[in-house]
Design a protein around this ligand. Structure first.
Ligand SMILES: NC(=O)c1ccc[n+]([C@@H]2O[C@H](COP(=O)([O-])OP(=O)(O)OC[C@H]3O[C@@H](n4cnc5c(N)ncnc54)[C@H](O)[C@@H]3O)[C@@H](O)[C@H]2O)c1
Length: 273
């Protein structure tokens, strides 16, 4: 399905991004695995390569203004082309409105909207001139697309997530804008909004998962009573697996979705319908 296509996935050392990297690689893609956690990034790429598939680690914090451009250049240096960008990196830093700090707000906007914006802007420098030249010569365009990761929190809001809900709704606005601006170049841009997917972001709080954000340890996870209530609200009565979530990304990146752009695919087990 993705033979020889170069795919860059941010935040791909764990959870949904890792599952997507594995699925893309199995389907013939050359996968570039970015993550904040350099060791996990290297080990994820090594495991894929040991299975005889193609993967390279490209560690780095996507909120560092220099990193997006560097990631694109690393892919081009290795493969000569880039076909698919998956903006997946992210985390939650929850708090009720009256307790949320400016730092919580800004960090969440940085990772979920600023970083994807910078990556998309960096890709514009590569893809737009190529597409214009293809049009001038009357050639067809190779497969190029972007998949941005959103959330049901962006679609519907969520208690304790005013920062994350704003950012994930922002992702949908960016997706539709790129679809409008780049449709003429044959470049598609879609979003996938996940509901409750079983990763460390949604594990019980007492499992103690954390993420270091500029010197602050951010606690990841959800209180058990909120998890139980969430499962009850899902028509399929269970969380999705990282593999099921990744399949939504694959679906939107696939050439089978060749006439789908500006869309937000809900991968939720029916949550929010
Ligand atoms: N798990 C869910 O239920 C759920 C629901 C809706 C949306 N999402 C979104 O899915 C995406 C993947 O989340 P996940 O559940 O797989 O979580 P995860 O923690 O398992 O994976 C996210 C990865 O992103 C990396 N990351 C975080 N900040 C980064 C940065 N600044 N630069 C580079 N890498 C960074 C982390 O190190 C981690 O490996 C996120 O955008 C998340 O908001 C998840």
């Amino acid at each position: 399905m993705f033979d020889d296509q170069a795919v860059l996935i941010t935040g791909a050392a764990n959870g949904i991004g890792l599952a997507a990297a594995q699925q893309f690689a199995k389907m013939g893609a050359r996968v570039f695995i970015n993550d904040l956690d350099a060791d996990a990034c290297t080990s994820a790429a090594r495991t894929i390569r040991e299975a005889g598939l193609a993967a390279w680690p490209v560690p780095g914090n996507v909120t560092d203004p220099e990193i997006p451009e560097q990631l694109i250049q690393q892919v081009l240096h290795q493969c000569g082309h880039l076909n698919i960008l998956v903006n997946n990196a992210g985390f939650t830093w929850d708090g009720m409105v009256h307790k949320m700090t400016d730092e919580q707000w800004y960090q969440i906007q940085e990772v979920h909207t600023m970083a994807p914006f910078r990556l998309i802007r960096a890709i514009a420098q590569i893809w737009r001139p190529l597409a214009k030249e293809e049009m001038r010569l009357g050639h067809s365009h190779p497969h190029r697309c972007i998949v941005n990761v959103s959330s049901t929190s962006g679609l519907h809001g969520n208690i304790g997530q005013i920062n994350y809900a704003a950012a994930k709704m922002g992702v949908i606005g960016m997706t539709k804008t790129i679809a409008r601006e780049w449709g003429i170049f044959g470049i598609r841009c879609n979003a996938v909004a996940f509901g409750f997917i079983d990763t460390r972001l949604t594990r019980p709080l007492d499992e103690g998962h954390t993420l270091a954000v500029e010197g602050t340890e951010v606690t990841l996870g959800i209180p058990q009573n909120v998890r139980d209530a969430s499962f009850a609200a899902i028509p399929m009565k269970r969380p999705g697996t990282a593999e099921e979530a990744a399949a939504g990304i694959i679906l939107m990146a696939s050439p089978l979705a060749g006439y789908i752009t500006g869309h937000t695919l809900e991968v939720t087990g029916g949550l929010g319908i």
